[in-house]
Write a protein that binds this ligand. Structure first.
Ligand code: ZN
Ligand code: ZN
Length: 203
């Protein structure tokens, strides 16, 4: 651990939060002399204090140890780069439009790589009035089912969660362009880029 670097990071994060050394010390139930010592690079925070320090400053422990935040280049959230994360323990669904570090239920989540649609995971899209009616021929049993269908356009993310025993279909408002994704709990993420769109007449 580079105590000089760590100290500079603590100082800048504390200032960002408009806290005095005493404020931070009180929050952590330690003496302000300790904070002062860290910030001058005269010592690194003890391991037992890292969790409290990370909560107080709102950064990951890992970043404190590195002494820098390592921010992304600004990407203005290009939706084409969207990543999906699903927690295998609690089924939490998370999306991000830039690189990020995400953990859930104590485990680090990796962005899912998408598969190209195959026969078993093929969707049909019908245009009905102002909607897309999306259907996937896929079983919906408890151990093997489509857990969500997502529609990503240039400016929005729509996710519809599905449950076992329910029909694997969803209606989305028609939007210009966009990509559809489906997520199967057993086979992962599927990208449906060049889906034929049929117009169905309703009488
Ligand atoms: Zn979780
Ligand atoms: Zn499947």
């Amino acid at each position: 651990m580079d105590c000089q670097k760590v100290g500079r990071l603590i100082l800048s994060l504390r200032k960002e939060k408009n806290m005095t050394q005493k404020d931070l010390a009180d929050l952590m139930n330690i003496s302000d002399k300790t904070i002062s010592k860290w910030e001058r690079g005269l010592g690194c925070p003890d391991v037992s204090l890292l969790s409290e320090l990370s909560k107080s400053l709102g950064v990951n422990i890992e970043k404190i140890l590195l002494g820098e935040l390592d921010p992304n280049e600004e990407n203005r959230g290009n939706m084409k780069n969207i990543n999906f994360y699903v927690c295998q323990s609690c089924s939490n669904i998370i999306t991000s439009t830039g690189s990020t570090s995400i953990s859930c239920c104590g485990r680090i989540l990796e962005p899912m790589l998408s598969n190209i649609e195959n026969d078993e995971h093929q969707i049909t899209v019908d245009e009905i009035e102002d909607d897309y009616f999306i259907k996937i021929q896929h079983e919906m049993s408890r151990d093997h089912y489509i857990a969500f269908i997502a529609y990503i356009s240039y400016d929005r993310v729509l996710i519809v969660r599905l449950y076992p025993e329910q029909a694997a279909e969803v209606r989305f408002p028609k939007m210009y362009g966009g990509t559809l994704y489906t997520y199967c709990n057993r086979h992962g993420l599927w990208k449906h880029e060049k889906t034929k769109r049929r117009t169905r007449r309703i009488n």
